[in-house]
Design a protein around this ligand. Structure first.
Ligand code: G3I
Length: 364
């Protein structure tokens, strides 16, 4: 059974959140309302009142072909992330030849719905085009190719991307840097270079490093902490840390997430939960769905308790379109709505947390 959020809000970390006078007039205004503002009941609207954007990754094929999907994506959330269409294999399928069509459609969709856009992702070891992975390039050539790609993509979207996942999944579980085409050719300095090139191309975008299994305090999140602290020392324009939040009901929820996120906040960094989902060993049932709700609840509370946490994004919102079944055999049902867009206990858990937090003004 989930503890009421107040139980979580006890302690120094929560003092700022419940400081005297921080109770938001909205909480009283709302009592005066006889009507329910439908948009005010959406996660995005509640999140804005709590000082955090609530987003979703967007599947562009579903957005084009599935009207209920498009309607929910347009109204429930206040930010969107490109699930796939800003990745290297999609935007630069052949060297120097760009295809921005699908990504531009997402940016236009977001603008039409008053949503901010998280760009995902400028540099990763995965979903790279064949011309790059099978090319026989010298380290110098790879560095030029990487700089050009980051510069061209960040420049193309200049002024239209709120936050970029500049570097995605750079670490191994033990805290060492992941062996990749980039590390082998360019050494650890590729990370700082990527941020400098992205910042030069779009000085206004907030630049994030993003990874999974860094929700709690562990070797991976501590190595990432040490890296971003060092980069900030060097004056590298790293603005935030993206904590993906891919959980499973088979493992304990990261109850030390607020302690972990506070470390980054104390460095002056923004944070975001960037890819939240909680997968279930199938078949799903009500007990597993309650455990799933606990996972989402723990992730969102970690964000709400962290003053500079900017965004809580789910990695897709309906079980109808999820990466999980294709990746984790026998698991699925990871999202907050089911295949028929019916809200699950996880959705209610997010709403409850946001409604409570929305009663507290001045989170930061
Ligand atoms: O576009 C092709 C299509 O032309 C082809 O017919 C089809 C069948 O093979 O494949 C399509 O590409 C798929 C692509 O998604 C677009 O749908 C790839 O096979 C598939 O592997 C790819 O999966 C994506 C996965 O990243 C790749 O690693 C998932 O949708 C996406 O949700 C997932 O997202 C990642 C984040 O970017 C980083 N964090 C982890 C997260 C989950 O893996």
């Amino acid at each position: 059974m989930r503890k009421p959020i107040k139980a979580v809000l006890v302690g120094a970390a929560a003092t700022a959140l419940l400081a005297p006078g921080s109770i938001n007039a909205f909480a009283h205004e709302d009592h005066g309302r006889g009507h329910q503002d439908q948009r005010a009941t959406t996660l995005g609207a509640l999140g804005k009142r709590a000082g955090v954007r609530i987003g979703t990754a967007v599947d562009m094929a579903a957005l084009a072909d599935d009207p209920p999907y498009r309607a929910k994506a347009a109204t429930e959330f206040s930010s969107v992330t490109a699930e796939n269409v800003m990745k290297w294999e999609v935007v630069e399928p052949s060297r120097g030849k760009y295809d921005w069509k699908a990504a531009d459609e997402l940016v236009d969709f977001a603008r039409a719905n008053g949503q901010l856009v998280r760009g995902h992702t400028l540099l990763w070891h995965n979903q790279l085009p064949a011309w790059l992975t099978s090319g026989d390039f010298t380290p110098g050539e790879l560095r030029d190719i990487l700089r050009k790609h980051i510069t061209d993509e960040a420049r193309h979207f200049k002024g239209r991307i709120w936050q970029w996942d500049v570097v995605n999944e750079a670490f191994n579980e033990d805290g060492t840097l992941r062996d990749s085409i980039w590390l082998r050719a360019l050494g650890p300095g590729y990370i700082a270079d990527a941020f400098r090139w992205a910042h030069k191309a779009d000085p206004k975008a907030k630049l994030y490093i993003n990874d999974y299994n860094i929700e709690g305090v562990n070797a991976k999140s501590t190595a990432l902490y040490d890296l971003v602290a060092d980069l900030r020392e060097q004056g590298v324009p790293v603005h935030g840390v993206g904590i993906q939040g891919h959980l499973s009901v088979q493992y304990n929820a990261p109850h030390d997430i607020a302690e972990n996120m506070k470390r980054f906040d104390d460095l002056g960094l923004e944070t975001a939960i960037t890819e939240a989902d909680v997968r279930i060993p199938m078949p799903s049932d009500s007990t597993k769905q309650e455990a799933q709700a606990e996972g989402y609840d723990v992730l969102l509370r970690g964000c709400l308790l962290t003053p500079r946490c900017t965004d809580f994004t789910v990695w897709g919102f309906t079980d109808k379109y999820s990466w999980v079944p294709d990746t984790f055999e026998g698991e699925g049902a990871a999202n907050i709505f089911d295949e028929e867009y019916r809200a699950k206990p996880a959705y209610s858990a997010l709403r409850e947390d946001l409604m409570l937090a929305a009663g507290v003004k001045g989170r930061r």
